[in-house]
Design a protein. Structure first.
Length: 403
């Protein structure tokens, strides 16, 4: 796995990635407008759209010409940026640019990777935003105080590892200070399928553990939002591949993870379906189809390839997940947030994830993730991002991870 970060790349490379994205977006919008134009010009559908052939011939020629012009403009930008590259030089990544890149990858990450766009985030372990080289000497130099208890923190969708630090608090740094854990942060492209990220995470963690400077006593995984699903997927991948880090896993903690999906993604799927009912609105359904594979996995909480392979990502298919379990021999914990000020029998979620989804509860017993009652916590008066720095969340983590 490459440790390159797009935030640390040359300005020319980043600008080239942006230019590719702009050209692609322009061509996509032209295609959408062309389809709408053709649909309107084809005549009423009740009459069999009598003018469809001549309309498609004319609009096809016009918009294909515009698409070709746009492509040549993009090629010209590439050539200019290539010549300017020696003068643009390098730039240090800042938190604002990291945040924008992470959000972009969350929405378009699969497309960016497929096109080889330099804006695509490669998976890497990082500390203070700097990628770790997975070699014993380099790790010893980067982590001189590395201990026997490894803590890996996995961020959520459209976020990055730097965002574990919020309003002066970082769960990883606090657990290092108070309990002696050594925190390492995963940085990944959240627009890819969760199962792909889970498999890559397991492989990368295998490398990290094999290079760790001291003998490891335990591994603890802490995931926020989508990160909790990536963690669960990595455990399944490790068991399938026989990875050596899996027997070292002692604890797994999920903060606001949509184990059974998010209503926002399910709502997005319904919008796609409704738009396609009319030939005049159907072209606009493409706007809903720009969201990445990782986002559509959040419809039900897919963690395996089998949950999405061979299925239409943007259609309204049913939940095919079956027989979900938590990793055996691991203490598993779940924290949910609710915007309600006080606990009650029925609670709203945290603005993104319902309480039942975050706690793994499901109407079907075979889909219920059985977190022990003592390993569940609901934080009242908090939203999804508050889980990153809420004092009650940290107090709970400190209690659970103290032994």
């Amino acid at each position: 796995m490459s440790s390159r970060s797009p935030g640390a790349g040359k300005n020319a490379e980043v600008l080239r990635g942006v230019s590719h994205l702009v050209v692609q977006a322009t061509r996509s919008v032209m295609g959408l407008v062309g389809d709408v134009h053709c649909t309107i010009a084809s005549g009423p559908s009740v009459l069999g759209r009598p003018l469809e052939r001549p309309a498609r011939a004319v609009t096809g020629w016009i918009y294909s010409t515009l698409q070709e012009v746009t492509r040549h403009v993009g090629d010209g930008v590439d050539a200019v940026l290539g010549q300017l590259s020696p003068w643009l030089g390098d730039s240090a990544p800042g938190p604002q640019r990291e945040a924008v890149l992470s959000a972009l990858n969350g929405v378009l990450g699969d497309a960016l990777e497929e096109q080889g766009n330099p804006l695509a985030i490669p998976m890497a372990f990082r500390v203070h935003g700097q990628p770790l080289q997975l070699e014993p000497g380099a790790l010893r130099a980067a982590l001189p105080e590395a201990g026997r208890r490894l803590l890996v923190l996995v961020h959520g969708s459209s976020m990055n590892d730097l965002q574990w630090s919020r309003r002066g608090h970082d769960h990883g740094a606090a657990l290092a200070r108070d309990l002696g854990y050594t925190p390492v942060y995963l940085h990944y492209n959240s627009g890819l399928h969760i199962s792909r990220n889970g498999r890559a995470f397991s492989e990368l963690l295998e490398q990290l553990v094999s290079c760790w400077p001291v003998p490891l006593e335990s591994v603890t995984l802490l995931g926020h939002s989508m990160g909790g699903l990536v963690v669960r997927s990595a455990c399944l991948a490790a068991e399938s591949a026989g990875h050596g880090w899996r027997p070292l896993l002692r604890r797994l903690v999920c903060l606001g993870s949509p184990h059974h999906g998010s209503p926002l993604e399910r709502g997005g799927s319904w919008v796609d379906v409704l738009l396609e009912f009319s030939p005049y609105s159907a072209p606009f359904a493409r706007l809903g189809r720009i969201r990445g594979a990782g986002v559509t996995d959040l419809r039900f909480g897919n963690v395996l390839d089998a949950h999405w392979e061979g299925r239409e990502r943007f259609g309204w298919g049913g939940d095919v997940r079956r027989g979900l379990t938590l990793p055996e021999g691991v203490d598993c914990y779940a924290v949910a947030a609710t915007t309600a000020k006080a606990l009650a029998e029925r609670l709203p979620g945290d603005g993104l994830v319902p309480v039942d989804s975050a706690l793994g509860r499901h109407a079907l017993p075979e889909l219920t993730l059985r977190f022990p009652e003592a390993h569940q916590r609901i934080i009242p008066g908090a939203n999804h991002l508050d889980l990153l720095d809420h004092p009650e969340v940290y107090a709970t983590l400190r209690t659970w991870l103290a032994s």
